[in-house]
Design a protein around this ligand. Structure first.
Ligand code: GLP
Length: 241
């Protein structure tokens, strides 16, 4: 695992954006794995600047989101369908038909999660997966105790994650209780993982991911199993390393 510690959030975003941009310039039809949450926002802003400057194009690239809330209407501003459309598809100029988000509304979750896994496989797998990490070490929405071999499936959100994500909703009770998430086994199959984290609230999760024993209690530690994983953090997120 490569660990890159930088002074500022801006530098973290630029470093990760360089990796994404390098891949998409080499392979315009690359398959990206895109994360939601605050952590990758700077990467998307940095990439959008390069697209606006005419230096980069995502028009032929594909993308798969990591996760989605269950039961939230797609048009809800905080559904990951909306977030990916707003923060990734529009500013980066993806063809919306080439971007998929798990379906949190299909009552037949087994069929819809199987379809999602198949779609990733049919696209040839994910070339580069962008990741954030939860304060409790979750990856995607794979909460502590998730099997390291898990596939895309329905999960219950941990109380800590619902508290962390309450900031996006009008009240904590509005945060959905369930989600669909790519599994840790699914994520591990991406050819490259790039995890970004900023701020002291992520320091413990980063220390467990990078230095802790491999454990389903700290899902971020799965990066230790990956042959091409890069962790890019600011000083605060690196403070327990
Ligand atoms: C969210 C997402 C994850 C994200 C993590 C950290 O709820 N499902 O993909 O990496 O939790 O979020 P943030 O970046 O906002 O701290």
């Amino acid at each position: 695992m490569e660990v890159i510690i930088l002074d500022t959030e801006r530098e973290v975003a630029r470093e990760a954006a360089d990796l994404v941009a390098g891949l998409v310039r080499r392979t315009p039809t690359a398959v990206l794995g895109v994360a939601t949450g605050s952590s990758p926002q700077g990467i998307y802003r940095e990439l959008a600047r390069r697209v606006a400057a005419g230096d980069l194009s995502f028009a032929r690239a594909r993308a798969f989101a990591l996760d989605e809330y269950v039961g939230l209407p797609r048009e809800h501003a905080e559904s990951y369908h909306s977030v990916i459309a707003r923060d990734v598809v529009a500013p980066l100029g993806f063809d919306a038909d080439l971007v998929r988000v798990p379906d949190g509304l299909d009552p037949d979750t087994d069929a819809s999660t199987d379809r999602y896994e198949r779609a990733i496989a049919e696209a040839g797998g994910v070339d580069l997966q962008i990741l954030g990490i939860g304060t409790n070490g979750h990856i995607g929405f794979n909460e502590p105790t998730s099997s390291l071999a898990s596939r895309t499936r329905i999960k219950t959100l941990a109380p800590q994650t619902r508290r962390d994500n309450a900031r996006f909703f009008s009240s904590p009770a509005d945060v959905p209780a369930h989600c669909i998430t790519q599994g840790l086994g699914t994520i591990l199959e991406a050819r490259q993982l790039v995890l970004v984290a900023q701020g002291a609230s992520k320091a413990s999760a980063i220390a467990h991911a990078v230095e802790g024993p491999l454990s389903s209690m700290w899902p971020g530690s799965l990066l230790q199993l990956h042959p091409h994983a890069t962790v890019i953090v600011d000083e605060a997120a690196a403070s327990e390393l």
